[in-house]
Design a binder for this molecule. Structure first.
Ligand code: B12
Ligand code: SF4
Length: 504
């Protein structure tokens, strides 16, 4: 065994086994630590006893520190559970949290007995510096680690933000270190073995509702085309990959930077899916669209957010509703399915904005019925510390619940792990939503989803989708969304897929 200190990196369970994709956060950290530390990865998406596995590793006495990646929502309860279990049995082992949840809620994360350090933002270099300081017992050194939130004499200290780094684009991830890497390539409507892959880093926009700005501060960087080609060719030749789901926050950045990547994709011709902005799509040139068609882009997920230009302006989206419509048209013209995501029920006018959004969705469906629709509740980011890298439209402290009382956000990870707050983070519910409006959103979503079953659902047989379509037709036509019990029952029987929970 090497004399290196050993770090356990944990990806707590967030999704079902068959939806598990490469755990990119822990793989990135393992690569970054490589020359100084020995690492072990535990992935709760494939190892359903991941807490037991982590404890067994620690019981062998060879683990010197633990890193846990935490996304808000359903990963908070599992991250709390594994961290608590480790703290109870091995109280002296330092536990570090990183990822979107601790980046957005660093103080809350530390308000627990089982998180010692929080890394905000990109973690590769910060974690290495932190481990170096911990093992050198260099308490003074902690103060100079950018992106670290920690406790000094009981008081929470937020070091300054870490500058955006493009260094991760220079390395390739060690996928072969995972047990059976091929198990991470899942069957989706794109292909039999779909890989989840991130090509570029960050996002140059700073929409006020989005956690990505807190992670990257409005910065982005594109990878070299050679890196993309090498990675995708390896996935194809070594693991049998036949489709790609890009995790890039905005695949279509500046055309001049995107074209070399499109050329790679046009050579490989593996069906693919990506996040894209409407303004970028409508401004793509003819030659770029030609590459897109050749490359077999199947679906583009576009953050339409709202039909209201005022709201789009208020959340600093930087696009207009007319651009959403143009993007839908241009996508259809080029054989790409647009998948529009909307945020309904904003706190200022939940009912009115929701109805306007429903009407907008109906008008799009009339003209382009193949457009896919995702409906979320608008849930602003939780309160941020002073000086955080996030711009908010309004202070969350001004939010009121349905009784007119100020919304009190969780102050501990356990509170964020409660079902109501998991729903908040997943954009499914909010304290200002009346039960009536919540019901109406759920009912509309059900009727719409049955009237136009998503093409991403490959498990339900075609006949069952036809049955749902027929059953839902009159409700959709006459806007009779309320209590669609017959659709609820039928949907459960055919187990209709909901891409909001597990993606493709
Ligand atoms: C894959 C993915 C998922 C998968 C999870 C994995 C799987 N299938 O196996 C699934 C589909 C389950 C998922 C679910 C959700 N997701 Co998600 N997801 C992603 C996605 C596309 C990629 C994540 C990834 O691998 N990134 C690449 C790695 C390298 O980056 P990273 O995770 O940020 O890690 C870096 C740092 O965060 C940090 N770090 C991370 N962990 C750690 C740990 C330690 C110890 C340290 C030191 C540092 C550190 O260092 C890393 C390297 O720099 C991201 C978008 C994106 N591109 O990141 C959204 C994203 C993270 N998801 C998001 C959200 C909100 C969700 C949901 C909670 C809600 C929703 N409606 O989408 C749902 C839950 C749904 C439900 N009802 O269950 C948001 C988070 C923003 C926020 N406000 O919290 C993102 C950014 C998408 C977005 N733009 O809105 N997701
Ligand atoms: S919503 Fe999209 S464009 Fe806006 S900051 Fe988030 S990832 Fe970037």
């Amino acid at each position: 065994m090497s004399g290196l200190r050993r770090i356990l990196l944990i990806n707590p369970t967030i999704t079902r086994r068959r939806h598990a994709r490469f755990p990119l956060a822990v793989l990135s950290l393992a690569t970054a630590l490589e020359d100084r530390y020995s690492t072990q990865i535990v992935d709760g998406n494939v190892d359903r006893d991941f807490i037991e596995t982590a404890l067994e590793s620690l019981a062998r006495g060879t683990i010197d520190a633990v890193g846990v990646t935490v996304m808000g929502g359903p990963q908070v309860p599992t991250a709390v559970a594994v961290s608590k279990a480790i703290r109870a049995r091995f109280p002296r082992v330092p536990i570090v949290w990183g990822g979107y949840f601790p980046t957005l809620c660093p103080e809350v994360s530390l308000n627990s007995s089982y998180v010692d350090y929080v890394i905000r933002g990109q973690g590769e270099v910060a974690l290495r510096e932190l481990l170096d300081a911990i093992f050198a017992a260099d308490a003074a050194g902690l103060a100079s680690i950018d992106g670290l939130t920690w406790r000094r004499a009981g008081e929470v200290v937020h070091n300054r933000d870490r500058a955006f780094s493009t260094a991760p684009l220079a390395v390739r991830l060690p996928y072969d270190r995972l047990d059976d890497p091929a198990q991470y390539l899942g069957r989706t409507y794109l292909g039999r073995r779909t890989v989840g892959y991130q090509a570029a880093l960050g996002c140059r926009f700073r929409c006020t509702f989005c956690g990505v700005a807190a992670m990257f501060g409005g910065k982005t960087a594109m990878p070299a085309a050679e890196r993309l080609e090498q990675d995708l060719t390896t996935f194809r030749d070594r693991y049998g990959c036949d489709a790609i789901q890009f995790y890039d926050h905005n695949f279509f950045d500046r055309e001049v930077d995107t074209v070399p990547l499109l050329e790679v994709l046009a050579r490989l011709q593996l069906p693919w899916w990506c996040f894209a902005r409407s303004d970028a799509l409508i401004n793509l040139s003819g030659p770029a669209w030609k590459l897109v068609r050749k490359s077999r882009l199947r679906m583009a997920y576009i953050g339409a957010e709202s039909p209201s230009d005022q709201m789009l302006h208020d959340v600093r989206k930087g696009t207009r509703s007319s651009q959403t419509l143009e993007a839908v048209e241009v996508c259809h013209r080029h054989g790409v399915t647009p998948e529009l995501s909307f945020m309904v029920a904003p706190p200022d006018d939940p009912e009115g904005e929701t109805e306007k959004t429903f009407d907008f969705i109906r008008s799009i469906k009339r003209e382009f019925p193949a457009t896919e629709i995702m409906i979320y509740v608008y849930t602003p980011l939780p309160p941020q510390r002073a000086g955080a890298n996030v711009r908010t439209t309004r202070s969350p402290t001004t939010l009121r619940d349905t009784h007119g009382q100020p919304v009190v956000f969780p102050t501990t990870p356990e509170q964020w792990a409660e079902p109501a707050w998991v729903e908040y983070w997943c954009h499914n519910d909010a304290p200002w939503l009346s039960r009536r409006l919540h019901r109406r959103i759920v009912d509309f979503t059900t009727v719409l989803g049955c009237r136009f079953p998503t093409i991403t659902d490959i498990r339900s047989p075609p006949w069952s989708k036809q049955v749902l379509r027929t059953l839902a037709a009159w409700r959709y036509r006459y806007r009779r969304y309320e209590r669609p019990w017959e659709l609820d029952v039928s949907r459960k029987l055919v187990r209709l897929h909901d891409p909001r929970a597990s993606s493709l």
